[in-house]
Design a protein around this ligand. Structure first.
Ligand code: S3P
Length: 173
């Protein structure tokens, strides 16, 4: 199987499909996955919700930055970021060093549908409604778009279709 010399960095709001698409890329193209939230949870020995509760958001954000810096030497890897990772400028610089950045997007209604049964997203607990999601998305939109090399809309599409578009674009760089 052909291997990429660089990495695919996936960003996007919670529920835009970063984790699902990473798994699809791994299955279809045999790439490695670095799921940032998962690695942070494993290293800290607790859930994202507990990290936010016990140590605060700033502590979690510092872990994200440290982890991105660690990823420099990898190849043929999908780096699946947390939804808030592109909000810090230093993180954007690290992502750009790590590979090409793909922004996954979805409508607020689609996002709500995808996140409604999960309880490990502290920012959405008690806020699972279209209005809140729309507002937070709007606040973040400029930063997401500024960070992205390619924007991929996910509404109503199959995982396979999205993965193929990403791989075609990654090879074209
Ligand atoms: C966050 C998104 C989450 C996780 C944390 C904060 C955010 O990741 O990193 O709850 O600020 O958008 P997912 O996008 O994988 O849910």
């Amino acid at each position: 199987m052909e291997k990429l010399d660089s990495n695919i960095v996936l960003i996007g709001f919670m529920g835009c499909g970063k984790t699902t698409v990473s798994k699809g890329l791994k299955r279809k193209y045999g790439m490695d996955i670095v799921e940032m939230d998962g690695i942070i949870e494993e290293r800290e020995g607790k859930s994202i919700s507990d990290i936010f509760k016990d140590n605060g958001e700033e502590y979690f954000r510092n872990l994200e930055t440290d982890l991105l810096k660690e990823m420099q030497s990898r190849k043929n890897t999908i780096i699946s970021c947390g939804g808030g990772t592109p909000l810090r400028e230093v993180n954007v610089a690290e992502m750009k060093k790590n590979g090409k950045v793909f922004l996954l997007t979805a409508k607020p209604e689609t996002i709500l549908n995808r996140v409604k049964n999960s309880h490990n997203r502290p920012l959405l607990e008690g806020n699972k409604n279209v209005e809140f999601i729309e507002n937070l998305l709007e606040q973040r939109r400029d930063k997401y778009e500024a960070c992205a090399d390619v924007v991929i809309a996910t509404d109503g599409r199959s995982v396979d279709d999205i993965c193929e578009e990403i791989m075609d674009a990654a090879k074209a760089f």
